[in-house]
Design a protein around this ligand. Structure first.
Ligand code: NAD
Length: 461
């Protein structure tokens, strides 16, 4: 049983998407009294009814357990949240702006001003959303404008590093905590708010490093980390392009350079590249903000990182046309009449998130080129159908591949990695497979009679 939360600050999480819902549930599990708040009434009704509105392993069970404990509830009422909380975490979305580059802060503005207007006592508002550097200061101004000044409400920033598919573990056992603060009081409040995490680590004989810094650095840590990760992926994908030109095999190249601990083998897999609700938008927003600050040149390479990433999607489409012996004109490939199975719709496995998913982007292009596209994903079909209505979705992997001239594995779900190529071979019209994630045992597929093409690997290997 978690320790009693009586001496701890009461926490609220504004925005109960992937980030905020996971936090609200996990912090209740750590013993805190928590309210999760959202303006989306349907989402809040689901959560209050014990149903997590997205797929994240282990979260459903923790939600129900903590609703039952009485430590966790959900609300759409700013006044209730304002009255309840000592520390309010802002977890709302910060999508890419319609004009392309910068981050859209309208939800941050709405959440902060909505909350601030209802505050009746001193509290700490902590930003967790990923934002352009300078936002914490702007939030301070919003608070000054909307909260009664005699309350002395303060602001802090604590960026978040959780990975979907691994989120419960990342929240309960983070590899670091970063806080940007301007006062001793804010630092002490955040210490108390993180005490559950630090205590859990101590009982497991671990330590959670805490980096206490200023606003600007705390905001920059998050986008710098994402820029580094995106660069690492695009670096190995650039090597894949060169391998394709030179006849090398990027999987062996990555393995070989990864043995150098200064390089390391994690996040060094060539494939279809990165997507999701974070990396693509964050590196674009980072460039836009650096430009505004007069430091645009420093991040010019991130533009290349983005282009390398996009070129991987085109590569899969080109491979598809090649394997199907179709022409590839200036307007794209000609795939009319071809039946293509797309395995994977989410941007990564163990998630139902299809935001900026490379798999769906490829499925869309294949569909536009005239192919009859049949998509299967273990968790992402509902979201995918909303994002890309004009391809066909199938309920099982077998249904998707039946009659296909080409199978494209575009998300590395375990179900695809462990599929039996001989059995699938019985279902298709043509044994052609593109391994967009280099996640299949190529030799096994080739042995089962498949023409196999990976990313950055020689033909037929
Ligand atoms: P999401 O779209 O899943 O959730 C955002 C939620 O905010 C939605 O439920 C929406 O209804 C709610 N919202 C909008 N306006 C609101 C308001 N005024 N008050 C309260 N709620 C409001 O997004 P997400 O993936 O959870 O991401 C949230 C933030 O966290 C983003 O800045 C993102 O970059 C960052 N982040 C996400 C991850 C991740 O893996 N998803 C990891 C680290 C950081």
């Amino acid at each position: 049983t978690p320790p009693s939360g009586a001496h701890r600050p009461r926490l609220t999480f504004l925005g109960t998407g992937y980030l905020g819902a996971t936090y609200a549930i996990c912090f209740a599990e750590l013993g805190y009294e928590v309210i999760g708040f959202d303006v989306d009434e349907a989402k809040i009704a689901k959560l209050a009814g014990g149903e997590v509105p997205f797929h994240e392993a282990g979260l459903d069970e923790l939600l129900r357990k903590n609703l039952a404990s009485g430590r966790l509830r959900f609300s759409t009422d700013y006044a209730e949240v304002a009255e309840f909380g000592d520390v309010h975490f802002i977890c709302v979305g910060t999508p890419q702006r319609a004009d392309g580059m910068g981050a859209d802060l309208r939800y941050v503005e709405a959440a902060v001003s909505g909350l601030a207007r209802h505050l009746t006592r001193k509290a700490l508002i902590v930003g967790k959303s990923t934002v352009p550097v300078g936002t914490a200061e702007w939030v301070e101004q919003l608070v000054a404008k909307h909260a009664p000044s005699e309350l002395g409400v303060e602001v802090a920033w604590s960026p978040e590093f959780l990975q979907e598919g691994h989120a419960v573990e990342d929240v309960l056992r983070p590899n670091r905590i970063v806080v940007g603060v301007r006062s001793e009081w804010a630092a002490a409040m955040l210490d108390a708010a993180h005490e559950g995490v630090v205590t859990l680590a101590a009982t497991e004989d671990r330590e959670v490093p805490v980096v206490v810094t200023d606003f600007a650095t705390a905001e920059l840590v998050k986008v710098a980390a994402n820029a580094f990760l995106a660069t690492k992926i695009s670096f190995i994908n650039a090597m894949a392009e060169v391998c394709e030109a030179a006849g090398g095999d990027v999987t062996n190249l990555a393995r070989a350079i990864g043995y150098d601990p200064r390089i390391g083998n994690r996040f060094l897999r060539a494939g279809l590249g990165f997507g999701g609700g974070c990396l693509p938008k964050d590196i674009r927003a980072f460039q836009a903000r650096a430009q505004e600050l007069g430091a645009g040149e420093a991040l010019r390479f991130l533009h290349e990182v983005d282009l390398i990433n996009q070129r991987r999607r085109s590569r899969v489409v080109r491979l598809a046309a090649d394997m199907l012996d179709r022409g590839y004109g200036p307007a794209g490939p000609e795939l009319a009449g071809a039946r293509v199975a797309v395995l994977g719709a989410t941007f990564k496995p163990d998630s139902d998130d299809v935001r900026d998913s490379p798999a769906l982007a490829v499925a869309a292009t294949l569909g536009k080129a005239g192919a009859d596209v049949r998509v299967y994903d273990p968790q992402g079909i509902d979201n995918a159908r909303r994002a890309l209505p004009d391809v066909t979705y199938e309920a099982t992997m077998a249904d998707a591949v039946r009659g296909a001239d080409l199978v494209c594995v575009l998300t590395e779900w375990a179900e695809f990695r462990t599929a039996d190529p001989a059995a699938l071979g019985e279902l298709v019209s043509g044994r052609r497979v593109i391994d967009g994630r280099n996640c299949l045992e190529a030799a096994e597929w080739i042995r089962a009679g498949w023409q196999y093409r990976g990313m950055g690997r020689p033909d037929g290997e």
